[in-house]
Ligand binder design. Structure first.
Ligand SMILES: *Cc1c(COP(=O)(O)O)cnc(C)c1O
Length: 371
């Protein structure tokens, strides 16, 4: 049996440190905020290369609060790639704004300046660039394009903790970078958690206030703006602080495994998503495009190999979001949704397991220019 994802081995590496930290939290009773949250926020900002990191309850709120802190709301449009997890678009709706769906590149399955421009209207205030699958979108080109269009650039780096475009990490390119620490992410908590990183002190201050019922500095019952309850709790901060020093090593393991997939898979059958030469990807997912996707998944499962689809339906075709889209099509994303398959990949998986998956896939995949 080769599982799609096994969190066990990475959890084992930190069990002792987490137990000690949780003992301390239980002893002091500082469950919300406190030194562990402060320490993780400092460490994560330093890791990303930003001045601030603000812990929040989950990745969806990271995006939602970032948009609100940037004064994006009713009557504003925000471009999002349709090939993403639904939370990217959901956060735009939560902020009261309107999502505009954009297509993606056929080789990277990421947003490009061209697909962004095709979705922009005079009401567009921002774009959420998603570094899907742990890759990096072209931040040089998208930075230039957003400057020309005079719209804000927000990064959804939920799948890209530690990825780099040239020498700058995901999250540090945009006005804000938004992270999820859902357990299955490369940096995952033991429950829900998230963070926003930014080097803009004003935005950081607003997010700190919004995540905590709109409290202002100081007064416990002084609420200066509408807020929400979206704080990072101390128990999760202990887990994240214990994992952060191990993240680069885990990401390097994923990179080696992903490179091995690339060596072992027949490119005439399974076409792995392309990583740009400027990018250091962290391979949250190993996604290939194949012609006979459903047959491939069934055959692999019959041999004990689990796979996934990320994601089966592009956001603009999901019922609650279709009304924002109207007629028309985003043909690259729609075609890719029929062909994509995510292969097992996680730290501590073995090269031999990669070879087994690749051999079975090469055996069953339909040949001839996957895409
Ligand atoms: C996981 C994820 C989110 C949402 O994060 P949650 O912590 O689950 O709320 C947002 N965007 C992308 C691309 C994700 O993968």
């Amino acid at each position: 049996m080769i599982r799609f994802l096994d969190l066990g081995p990475t959890t084992e590496e930190i069990t002792g440190e987490v137990a000690a930290g949780w003992d301390e939290v239980l002893r002091t009773g500082r469950f919300i905020g406190g030194p562990f949250v402060d320490e993780f926020e400092r460490g994560f900002a330093e890791y990303c290369g930003t001045a601030h990191a603000i812990g929040v309850a989950n990745g969806t709120d990271a995006l939602h609060l970032a948009l609100r802190a940037m004064d994006i709301g009713p009557d504003d449009e925000v471009v999002v790639p349709t090939n993403t997890f639904v939370a990217t678009a959901e956060a735009v709706v939560l902020a009261g704004a309107v999502p505009r769906f954009a297509d993606v590149d056929n080789d990277t399955l990421l947003l490009t300046p061209e697909t962004l421009r095709a979705a922009v209207t005079p009401s567009t205030k921002a774009v959420v660039v998603v570094h899907l699958y742990g890759q990096m979108a072209d931040m040089d080109a998208l930075g230039r394009t957003t400057a020309e269009l005079d719209i804000k650039l927000i990064e959804d780096a939920a799948q890209a903790q530690g990825a780099r475009w040239r020498d700058v990490r995901a999250g540090a390119w945009g006005s804000v970078g938004c992270f999820s620490f859902y357990p299955g992410k490369n940096l995952g908590a033991f429950g829900d958690a998230g963070a926003v990183v930014t080097s803009d002190g004003e935005i950081a201050e607003r997010i700190r206030s919004i995540r905590d019922h709109g409290r202002a500095n100081g007064g416990h019952y002084q609420h200066d703006r509408f807020g929400v309850n979206s704080r990072l709790d101390a128990l999760q901060a202990v887990v994240l602080a214990a994992k952060l020093p191990l993240l680069d090593g885990w990401n390097a393991q994923r990179r080696e495994l992903a490179d091995h997939y690339r060596r072992c898979l027949d490119p005439d059958g399974a076409k792995l998503v392309t990583v740009a030469p400027e990018a250091e990807a962290i391979h949250h997912l190993a996604v290939a495009q194949v012609r006979n996707r459903d047959q491939v998944r069934e055959a692999l499962l019959a041999r004990g190999i689990e796979t996934g689809i990320h994601y089966p339906t592009p956001c603009h075709r999901l019922p609650p979001y279709a009304s924002y889209f109207g007629n028309g099509a985003l043909p690259v994303s729609e075609a890719a949704a029929e062909r994509i398959v995510s292969l097992p990949l996680y730290p501590h998986m073995t090269m031999a397991q990669v070879e087994t998956v690749a051999a079975e896939l090469n055996h069953v995949v339909e040949r001839g220019a996957a895409a």
